[in-house]
Write a protein that binds this ligand. Sequence first.
Ligand code: WT7
Length: 671
Amino acid sequence: MNMAGEADPEDVELEAHLAEQEVFEPPASFVEQANVTDEDIYEEFEENWPECWEGAADLLSWDEGYDEVLDDSNPPFYEWFTDGKLNASYNCVDRHLEERGDEVALEWVGEPVEEENRSITYEELHEEVNEFAAALRDLGVGEDDVVTMYMPMIPELPVAMLACARIGAPHSVVFAGFSAEALATRLNAADSDYLVTCDGYYRRGDPLDHLGKTNEGLADADHDVDTVVVDRLGPNGDDFGHELGDDQYDYDDLVADHAGAEVEPVERDAEDMLFLMYTSGTTGQPKGVKHTTGGYLAWTAWTSQAVLDIKPEDTYFCAADIGWITGHSYIVYGPLALGTTSMMYEGTPDYPTRERLWQIIEEYEADQLYTAPTAIRSFMKWGEEYPANHDLSSLRLLGTVGEPINPRAWKWYYKHIGNEECPIVDTWWQTETGGHMVTTLPAVNDMKPGSAGPALPGLDVEIVDTNAEQVEPGRAGYLTVQKPWPGMLRTLYQNDERFIEEYWAEYSDTDSDDPEDWVYFPEDGAKIDDEDYITVLGRVDDVINVSGHRLGTMEIESAIVGVEGVAEAAVVGGEHDLKGEAVYAYVILEEGYDGDEEMRGRIVEGVEDAIGPIARPESVVFTPELPKTRSGKIMRRLLEDIANEAELGDTSTLQNPDIVGDIRDKVHSGD
Ligand code: WT7
């Protein structure tokens, strides 16, 4: 990574964002009705910190009030809303029943295989969450037992999450597109004895065998796992020929057995774990990010209201997958805490046609659309005629998340989807931050395409250099967060040491117990302008951002090295028109193996098996050597430059300078 002195974020600059910056004012029609309109909020929060977060906590219903907003006596192990008691399932379901019981909580749009879309009211959600919570209890799930979920975008996923929250069992959702091996790693790391999964699901009309993959993962688990299987495919899944094993239970049977059951929501301490989410880091071992009940829920509810402008009467559409943090925070917890109608779409935006998303927005009259730059770039490539065929005038706000958005894509989104009437919030945040951190408040701040905007009120974000000094406006530096916030991760699951090492050590005095000496480092490069707008430049660690998803290069490298015949591998991110970044693999083979199509195929398969199709290398380059420094470190920056066809920098410290030219020739000849 750059901190080791390999490269400056100046060099990792993705695009000259600021150069073409223009300013867009929030549309007046939006401002008139927005949740947050007072620009004094920044000053008020600063003066009243940390009590400013009482307002976020007030969005929730507490069984018992908290004593202190923030306990910072033991940094970086901050505690928020201490001794407060609440239940997330109660907050996202029960408390809406009286006024909004008949309103739709989840609007589920399936793949158009059958006419089976479901509008689930808060009343119905309450019923199913209770029944499944009762079923989980009967299976033996107790408070603080981690329940893993390996499910695609089907309604039973949020139901299962909320059922867990109801009984105080933290969930750990594994993205359904991840491999069996990734599932096993996460089951083992969390020592999770329970799994909720499904038989399969549809992709572009075809049924996928998910239970087969699940069973492979279970075979690699180092302990027994009771498994609940949702029947998504019905008779269309018969071809896979699965029979449930002894410790596998049918979801519908369990729920039917507990018909009408009611489970009292368990009183959870504000600091009790709500869920775990594994995310990629610089080492091969994924990090189990721990989020808590009070701070996380307050943070997602508050940002859903202030940034996404969600109101109970809205139909809000976030096109992310619940298997990632975006879906946790902004399909499930934030929107449901506010009692709105949250949409879930099972399929892909181009099936059966490239109009699918626009059809859905028109049909359901969605008020917001929250998606990723990678999707926007695809829409842009397909052409403006697809959205133009639909009435998108219900939209009031647009959002993007996951990676920097280039001004061209921003402007296309603004014009062709928002009809220049919707503000865009470009939200910078991470799995670890729980929710939004850097973004405009849509009715308060002007928008600058390419720049996410200022830090949210109450947050102290600084762009610093390697000496922790703030950099001049316009200069590249490292993004840091100087004060804690309620939605922050509390630790890495059962690994406080790695928590400090990964996020704090770089810029903190780790011997100090003064919170002033502790600085959170998210490992992103950024710059700031003279109006405090932050332009995020991208990761500065060995993590690649493919289609808005984080992948550790080490994880991919170890998958490749696991392929028979491979001696060494280096993986870097190269620029990609649609994905933002794509995986480039440079591979040295063992004596006697050929770098042919078969080998390439095995490498791709090895990566898909270990992680999932999302990590599939865009390019596999066979090379006799890798460029290394005299100290033997692989020069990733050089490999990145080659992948990007950029001018090569100074290679004088190269131990084997010729190799660079050889590799470059191979990449560009497509060999
Ligand atoms: C990393 C976090 C946040 C949910 C989805 C990804 C990058 C995220 C932006 C943005 C520029 C962004 C950062 C961050 N990122 N949003 N609006 N502009 N970069 O969550 O998998 O935890 O990844 O995504 O590099 O560190 P994640």
